[in-house]
Structure formats: structure tokens, C-alpha cells
Design a protein around this ligand. Structure first.
Ligand code: GN1
Ligand code: MG
Length: 368
């Protein structure tokens, strides 16, 4: 598709949503690896978020949007009851003129739209530990507010998204197929994955034994999926709700830890710069548990370090799988990016293993 054709599709979509006012222009927005996100600027000064949903990955965008609409309505009620501002503390869907919560364009792409949250920003790295603490508060609050939402009524927007054992099996298949002939150059990383098979099963086994409950989870709790208020610098709103579905609380905790309790960015090529920070782990745990510690059971407390390790390991394994497959899933900006991403994750896993007892000690400080 040419640039002009792409722009024409954007304009077609913009025209279909119940946006108030007159559009001036639009621009790409954010750093996501999966969907295409834009900001739409209106003449009257307000803005909207418009997103083209990656339909190869989210197979049923209409189910995803029903999840999001229903979760946001639930959050809105709780936020109003607490005297908060639902226009800033939760996402707000803008519907299409036909009443649907998405629009399918003439070439089959799915679009969704939201009110733009003004006076707030997202970060790829915490500028201060307090930023990371606030993200813990934000994701912990998200857990708490949704603790009585019936998780089993949500659609699974990506089948087996954090089914680590299934991802492990898929990884082995891809290694065997070796479609790009890249396996040889990453034997050390492949061996690292294979040596961690037992870890993949721990959380799912506990769930089957009835100890680890399924809850409403966000599943992509990176620092950059939370907005901090520009004035107060406090957690304001959890965004990027496409992967909200039933899951394990410890994985939401862990996904935040792997991204934020790290001393460098996800694709840092110089591994000496990438370390797990026990201090930041402590900071995040204190924020997260201050909000939702009282809804958690013993097993969830026990498994917070494991959730951190598993999410880090799983992301590394997914990046490596994608590298072996020829970079078909994640957006990359240079050829080795997925391999760099994989290596930082495995470095963090090793660091966590070295800090295993210390991580448990940190959690015990905040145990209720
Ligand atoms: C993807 O699109 P983004 O950057 O929010 C991915 C997450 C990964 C993350 C790695 C739907 O999230 O699972 O953890 O990249 N989302 C999907 O940075 O696969
Ligand atoms: Mg995102």
C-alpha cells in the first residue's frame, strides 16, 4: 500500500467515528510493537486516539473491543463512586456513528478510537524511582478495582497469550523448523530456553491445583502502558487494554518488573548495561502491594518473584522465536533487534536467579 493509500484509509476511518469538531491533522503516536496508534488533532483544541488494531494478532477485534467497553464501564462506576474523574482515570471509547465500538474499513482493517487523556504522559524508562512506584500503584489499583469483575466472562483476545508451556512447545517447533537458518548463531540462547522448561509449568500447575486464581489481568503491564499525571506525577490511567483477559495477577506484577526493574531498555545491545535492580523491584512491590495486597492470597504473594522471572523468560523466548521465524511478529527497526531484546531478557532472568532469596525477602516486607 502506498503512503497516499494509507492516508486515504486513515481519513476514511476518522470520518466514521463520532468525533466532535473539525479535524486539523493526525500523527503517529507512542511506541507500541503491535498496533498502529495515531493522535487526531481537532480545530477546537481537543484530541483523540485512533488505533488500527493488528488483525493478524488480534483475530477477533470485535471481542477485544467488547472486553474493553465492558471493563471501562465497570471502572467508570468505581471511579465515580470514589469521587474521581472517569474522563482521565480510565480510557473512554469513542464509538463509530453506526453505534459500534470499532470500525472496519473497506480493505478489512479494524479501527478503534478513544478520548485523548490530556496533561499526562507515558515513559519507556522511569525518570525517578518514584515514577516506577507510581506505576506499581496504578497497576495495583487496576487489580483491586477489577477484583470483583467476573473474569471468566471476558474473551481471551489472544489465545494462550501467557500460556508459557504452550509457548515453550511452539519455540521447540520453530527451532526444529529453523525457517531462516538462524538457529546455529543463537545456540547459547536456545540452550538457555531449553534449560528452563520446568519453570514454564509452575504457575499453570498451581492454577490447576486451585491455588492460583484466574483474575482480570492486563497482561502487558509495561511502564509505558500507564499514564502519569504531568502535574502531580502520580499514576493516572492504565492504557493499552487490548490484552485484558483472564490471567494470573503475578504475571501482571512480573511483566512490570521485567520492564521497569531493569537498568536499560528492552533492546539494549550492550548487556553490561542491563541489570536487574533489586532496589527497583522493592520500589515496585511496595507501590503495587500497597494497593492490592489485601485482595491477594498466600500463593499469589509466594509467586511474585516467579511471576517476574516467568514473564521475563517468556518475553525473551518470544523475541527469540520471532528472530528464528524471520521477525514476523514484533515491529523491528533494525535486523538484530529481536535478538538484542531476547538477550537483555535472559540477562535479567540470570540476575533474578542470583537474587532469588533477596526477592522473596523484599516481598515478605509487604506481606499482609
Ligand atoms: C508488545 O505493543 P506493545 O509494545 O504494547 C506485546 C507484549 C510484549 C511487548 C514487549 C499483543 O506490546 O506482549 O511484552 O510487546 N504485545 C502483544 O515489549 O504481543
Ligand atoms: Mg503499549
Amino acid at each position: 500500500m502506498t503512503h497516499e493509500e494509507r492516508c486515504a484509509k486513515m481519513l476514511e476511518a476518522i470520518d466514521k467515528f463520532a468525533f466532535e469538531g473539525e479535524m486539523i491533522d493526525y500523527a503517529p503516536f507512542g511506541n507500541g510493537h503491535i498496533n498502529d496508534t495515531f493522535v487526531v488533532n481537532m480545530k477546537e483544541g481537543h484530541r483523540y486516539i485512533l488505533q488500527r488494531i493488528n488483525h493478524d494478532i488480534f483475530k477477533k477485534p470485535w471481542e477485544q473491543m467488547d472486553n474493553i467497553e465492558s471493563i471501562c464501564a465497570f471502572l467508570r462506576k468505581k471511579i465515580e463512586a470514589a469521587g474521581g474523574d472517569p474522563l482521565r482515570e480510565t480510557m473512554n471509547i469513542v464509538k463509530a456513528y453506526d453505534g459500534k465500538n470499532y470500525y472496519q474499513d473497506s480493505i478489512g482493517s479494524y479501527w478503534s478510537a478513544y478520548l485523548f487523556i490530556e496533561g499526562a504522559a507515558t515513559y519507556d524508562l522511569p525518570e525517578t524511582p518514584e515514577d516506577f512506584y507510581q506505576s506499581g500503584v496504578g497497576y495495583g489499583r487496576f487489580q483491586k478495582l477489577l477484583a470483583d469483575y467476573p473474569a471468566e466472562t471476558l474473551y481471551e483476545t489472544i489465545a494462550g497469550f501467557h500460556d508459557t508451556p504452550k509457548r515453550f512447545e511452539r519455540f521447540k517447533e520453530v527451532v526444529a523448523l529453523n525457517p531462516m537458518g538462524r538457529a546455529k548463531e543463537v545456540q547459547a540462547e536456545i540452550d538457555f530456553v531449553l534449560a528452563h522448561e520446568a519453570d514454564c509449568h509452575v504457575l499453570h500447575d498451581l492454577n490447576r491445583e486451585g491455588k492460583l486464581p484466574l483474575r482480570v489481568t492486563h497482561n502487558d503491564t509495561k511502564l509505558n502502558n500507564i499514564m502519569l499525571d504531568n502535574k502531580t506525577r502520580k499514576a493516572l490511567c492504565v492504557i493499552d487494554l487490548g490484552t485484558v483477559m483472564p490471567g494470573f495477577l503475578v504475571n501482571d506484577f512480573g511483566e512490570s518488573v521485567r520492564f521497569g526493574a531493569a537498568t536499560s531498555v528492552e533492546d539494549e545491545p550492550d548487556l553490561s548495561k542491563m541489570n536487574f535492580s533489586l532496589e527497583l523491584f522493592d520500589v515496585f512491590a511496595s507501590g503495587f502491594l500497597s494497593e492490592c495486597g489485601d485482595i491477594m492470597n498466600d500463593c499469589e504473594f509466594d509467586m511474585l518473584p516467579m511471576g517476574s522471572k516467568i514473564m521475563t523468560f517468556e518475553n525473551g523466548m518470544r523475541f527469540l522465536t520471532d528472530y528464528l521465524e524471520g521477525d514476523v511478529y514484533y515491529r523491528i527497526h533494525y535486523p538484530e533487534q529481536n535478538l538484542n531484546r531476547c538477550r537483555t531478557q535472559f540477562k535479567l532472568v540470570r540476575d533474578m536467579e542470583e537474587n532469588w532469596d533477596a526477592m522473596h525477602k523484599v516481598i515478605s516486607k509487604y506481606r499482609r
